[in-house]
Design a protein around this ligand. Structure first.
Ligand code: NG6
Ligand code: CA
Length: 504
């Protein structure tokens, strides 16, 4: 009898532990590249329809005041994964394709924290945070480490940098996929290397012309010239048309493999970044040129991820967050008809600027959160939120402690991120050529010596030698600089920004 009672107790405990383990929600973070505030129909786009992402928003909360930390990729991703603003650390601006890993392996990262909480963690897609040791960078022909696996990911399948940078190969865990020891990969961001034709010398070989003066005219891979020189690794080189499918397949496989345990998938799609090369299924389908076509491709990708989660019965227990690493750009180096076929589409929505800009469109991005039963379906949240807070908020969700010195800039904003109408972040910091701070709808951009306008991308960068102050509640498009009218406001915001900058 005693023995039977004991057995029953053990069974109950095991069952209880099983239920508890299952209760931890899976977390899927879909991080798109260069998708603008106005690029989705759920955010008001009328020239393009994104039904799958719209569905995600109808089933969750759509945020109107959500921000990437920076107006380019590398610093936004650094901040997201470390909970520390990239501008606090030098060497975190847009990384070349052969950069060393810029996240220190001894720093506590978001995936470290989730691993500690019992999650299997994966990155699938664009990395762009460097690989390999300082100062040599990665050994493309050997073991590539440190990289994602050394900073908290259990599995990785990545594009090392961006599609427009060499080497044009995927890296799975520590190895280049399809590596051939008889055809070693060499990469150079200085002197030309190898005998592959370049876009500069052989424009007749290109299937997509580069824009004049942009630097995308080095080694040609798949008929597209890139930033940087590459030789060898012929069997490993990607075909751009297939990238979205390959990444989505890897993400789907990962979800399938981990359906019985809590997982965190950082799914970092390459669409909408240049070069924009849609699969034939999407080519010409948007009427807006390649940029519109890859938005459709991204939308289909999101649809597949949602269907996978559904078909495995994981929907209820999966928190999905969808966002972008920075704002939009039309001409980022290739003549892909993004400009000529624009047809009135406004990637930045009502906001001024775009990628690279201090103005709102640089960092104000789409942000959608779905978690059935926890986030009200079809809700819209206007509270200010920032991607820097995912670290502390997900720590709070998974009941992990953040120690002193870890994730110093990340606040627990879980309730705001789950769409509860709390106040949201007390202030937002934006980072492009200068730093800007928004508090209570007042935005201050600190003076700097950067250019006001970039001719190549046709983007207003928002740099000025004088302080700028905008009242976003009345002037969301930042047309009227009110700094000289409200010097006290300028002073107060400048002091607050300075305090945050110097905080240890
Ligand atoms: C810029 C590239 C641009 C893009 C960007 C990185 C030039 C002139 N422009 O330097 O094409 O690659 O870096 O984009 O080279 S990001 O989204 O990864 O930050
Ligand atoms: Ca980007």
């Amino acid at each position: 009898m005693q023995q039977l009672k004991y057995k029953l107790l053990v069974i109950c405990c095991l069952l209880f532990m099983g239920i508890k383990a299952q209760q931890k929600p899976n977390i899927v973070f879909i991080y798109t590249d260069d998708l603008g505030y106005g690029d989705l129909s759920c955010y008001g786009a009328t020239k393009i329809a994104t039904p799958h992402i719209d569905k995600l928003s109808k089933e969750g909360a759509l945020f109107t005041d959500a921000h990437a930390t920076s107006a380019t990729c590398t610093p936004s991703r650094f901040s997201l994964l470390t909970g520390k603003y990239a501008w606090r650390k030098s060497g975190t601006s847009v990384a070349p394709g052969n950069a060393s890993l810029i996240i220190p392996t001894d720093a506590k990262t978001l995936p470290d924290m989730l691993q500690q909480a019992g999650y299997n963690t994966a990155v699938v897609g664009k990395w762009h945070l460097g690989l390999g040791p300082q100062p040599t960078g990665p050994d493309w022909n050997g073991d590539i480490r440190p990289g994602p696996l050394e900073i908290g990911f259990s599995y990785s399948f990545i594009i090392p940098a961006t599609g427009d940078r060499v080497p044009c190969v995927f890296v799975e865990n520590h190895q280049v996929v399809g590596r051939d020891e008889h055809d070693s990969i060499q990469v150079s961001y200085g002197k030309p290397i190898g005998n592959d034709p370049t876009g500069r010398d052989h424009p007749e070989l290109l299937k997509m012309k580069t824009s004049p003066e942009h630097g995308h005219d080095a080694t040609i891979v798949n008929g597209i010239s890139r930033i940087g020189f590459m030789s060898g690794g012929k069997a490993a080189r990607w075909t751009d048309e297939d990238i979205a499918d390959i990444l989505t397949n890897k993400a789907v496989d990962y979800i399938n493999r981990n359906k019985s345990n809590p997982f965190f998938l950082y799914f970092s799609t390459h669409d909408i970044h240049v070069p924009r090369v849609p699969h034939a299924r999407f080519a010409g389908k948007s009427g807006l040129g390649a940029r519109g076509d890859v938005i459709l491709e991204l939308d289909a990708t999101v649809g597949r991820i949602l269907r996978t989660i559904d078909s495995l019965g994981l929907t209820k227990n999966t928190l999905i967050i969808f966002s972008s690493d920075n704002g939009p750009v039309l001409d980022d180096g290739y003549q892909d008809e993004a400009v000529t076929k624009r047809n009135g589409h406004t990637p930045s929505g009502i906001y001024r600027g775009g990628k690279y800009s201090n103005f709102e469109a640089g960092t104000r991005v789409p942000f959608i959160v779905k978690w059935p039963g926890k986030v009200k379906a079809g809700s819209i949240s206007n509270v200010p939120v920032s991607q820097i807070d995912l670290f502390a908020s997900l720590s709070s969700l998974t009941k992990q402690k953040i120690n002193a010195g870890e994730a110093q800039d990340s606040f627990d904003q879980l309730s705001a991120l789950l769409g509860k109408q709390t106040k949201g972040r007390p202030y937002i910091i934006e980072h492009a050529g200068s730093l800007a701070i928004i508090k209570d709808h007042w935005k201050y951009i600190e003076p700097g010596n950067g250019r006001a306008y970039d001719r190549l991308t046709d983007i207003e960068l928002g740099n000025a030698s004088v302080p700028q102050l905008y009242d976003l509640s009345k002037d969301p498009s930042e047309k009227n600089n009110l700094a000289s009218l409200y010097p006290e406001k300028v002073k107060a915001l400048a002091i607050l920004l300075e305090e945050i900058k110097t905080a240890k």
